[in-house]
Ligand binder design. Structure first.
Ligand code: COA
Length: 255
């Protein structure tokens, strides 16, 4: 299975498990994750959610081939949107542990998690402009809020990767750990959450997020509209084709 889910000791673990394609996420994988989160919301046995990848890669983001195939479906109706809706509205605490590259949605999704930890080899990037696209799932709002406008602008406009250390300095991740310690630590943090009163965690999380819920939903809708249009445009086609042809894209002909 490209997404592995396990429930044990109060923790739902969602694991990216497609290492041969750098854990690139297909529609089917988004659907599995959306369903797992939806189920967790109503399953009293789940008291915390843990999202992990592999030691060498968190995820290369959207599967570009799958993306091209489904580029005509409205973004808001795709499994990715279902997944992100469930993640951004999850009432239970979500812990994420990132090792290796977290590209595109791999970084975006972290903005909707509660405790985010990184291994020393973690690398974050949102290369949307490099792909002829724009930020997604409220990252154009949440990222500047989290790290400050100028730092966010540098990462979102240039789309270049940043290190675990820089992410910690910016306040984007709470802690950086040696690679072998990452998963045990994240798991132990999730276990601490499991042992706490669920209602207290729910209320605390809601109080932190409540004032933003509407704004986040509105921003997602606005971004989806632009993103959907850009996905069908020639700039994105050039970027995706260049990736699979293993060459640099040429955007000079587009104004
Ligand atoms: N979609 C589809 N396939 C992908 C992919 C993606 N996002 N990312 C990687 N792959 C595939 C490659 O095509 C390659 O397949 P192949 O072995 O059949 O040729 C395989 O995964 C390994 O990728 P490769 O690029 O050789 O690995 P790398 O270690 O040199 O680089 C990354 C890793 C993540 C830096 C690089 O793969 C990358 O930049 N991927 C694209 C990221 C991206 O633009 N995501 C979309 C954001 S919206």
């Amino acid at each position: 299975m490209d997404i592995q889910t396990t429930k044990a000791n109060g923790i739902l673990t969602i694991e990216f498990n497609r290492p041969d394609k750098k854990n690139a996420i297909t529609s089917a994988m988004y659907q599995l994750m959306a369903d797992a989160l939806s189920d967790a919301e109503t399953d009293n046995a789940v008291r915390a959610i843990l999202i992990i990848g592999k030691p060498e890669i968190f995820t290369a983001g959207n599967d570009l081939e799958d993306f091209m195939k489904h580029s005509s479906a409205p973004v808001g109706e795709r499994p990715v949107a279902q997944f992100m809706r469930h993640l951004s509205t999850a009432s239970k605490p979500v812990v994420a542990a990132v090792a290796g590259a977290a590209v595109g949605i791999g970084t975006t999704l972290l903005m909707h998690c509660d405790l985010v930890y990184a291994a020393e080899n973690a690398k974050f990037s949102m290369p949307f402009t490099q792909l002829g696209l724009c930020p997604e799932f409220a990252s154009s709002m949440l990222f500047p809020q989290m790290v400050g406008y100028q730092r966010a602008a540098e990462k979102l406009l240039l789309g270049e990767a940043f290190s675990a250390q820089e992410a910690q300095e910016m306040g984007f991740v709470s802690r950086v750990l040696p690679a072998p310690d990452l998963i045990p630590f994240a798991h132990a943090q999730a276990a601490k959450l499991v042992a706490l009163p669920a209602s207290s965690l729910r209320t605390t999380k809601r109080l932190m997020k409540d004032s933003q819920v509407e704004a986040v939903q509105q921003r997602m809708l606005a971004e989806n509209k632009h993103f959907g249009e850009m996905l069908g445009a020639n700039e994105a086609k050039e970027a995706f084709t260049a990736f699979f042809e293993k060459r640099r894209p040429d955007f000079s002909k587009f104004v």
